[in-house]
Design a protein. Structure first.
Length: 61
């Protein structure tokens, strides 16, 4: 069950990171050359934070 929770959250984070990157690029007025790298770091940071919170709430940490 825990794996399904992490999978669902990961899918949500993927789409959230894409939306965040799109908004940053809109505010900037141009697309980043290294868009994939920036997307990766946004997703990584969000995943580390959210997955840690999930573990703490479930009491497995």
């Amino acid at each position: 069950m825990e794996a399904l929770t992490f999978l669902a959250v990961a899918i949500g984070l993927y789409f959230a990171a894409d939306k965040i990157l799109d908004r940053i690029e809109q505010a900037r007025g141009a697309r980043f050359e290294q868009r994939t790298v920036i997307f990766f770091f946004i997703l990584l940071a969000a995943a580390l934070i959210v997955f840690t919170l999930i573990e703490r709430l479930q009491g497995t940490a």
